[in-house]
Design a protein around this ligand. Structure first.
Ligand SMILES: [Zn+2]
Length: 123
């Protein structure tokens, strides 16, 4: 059983609760997952952040599909690498949508971007 923050009052609530015991906010109705496919080729561990709350929502490795629970439109950042990591690549994500963190090659270099996708293909 995971603890989440109530989107209304910010108190810790069980993710299986129907309503927030503190303020009565309907937790169950607004629960919605976002799926993110993490590209191959990233170094080390990938962390998914709530950019405003500055907390890590998920930790994964490249090539994985990660699910995060957000209750409303949330600014999500990613960081990866070894050692100390700073949030990077801010993307506004909406509950129920799918995204991928992938590399795009330009003439000179490759960089990583986050984009919304309709379907996550199985790997
Ligand atoms: Zn609450």
């Amino acid at each position: 059983m995971a603890l989440i923050s109530c989107p209304e009052c910010g108190k810790k609530v069980s993710s299986s609760a129907k309503v927030c015991p503190d303020c009565g906010y309907p937790i169950a109705q607004c629960s919605s997952k976002v799926k993110i496919k993490i590209a191959e080729g990233l170094l080390g561990t990938v962390k998914v952040w709530d950019a405003n709350a500055k907390c890590v929502l998920a930790t994964c490795k490249c090539g994985e599909i990660v699910e995060i629970d957000i209750k409303r439109e949330t600014l999500i950042s990613f960081s990866w690498g070894l050692g100390k990591m700073q949030p990077n690549l801010n993307t506004l994500m909406k509950p129920g949508e799918k995204y991928e963190l992938c590399s795009v090659n330009t003439f000179f270099s490759s960089k990583f971007i986050v984009r919304k996708i309709d379907v996550i293909d199985s790997m």
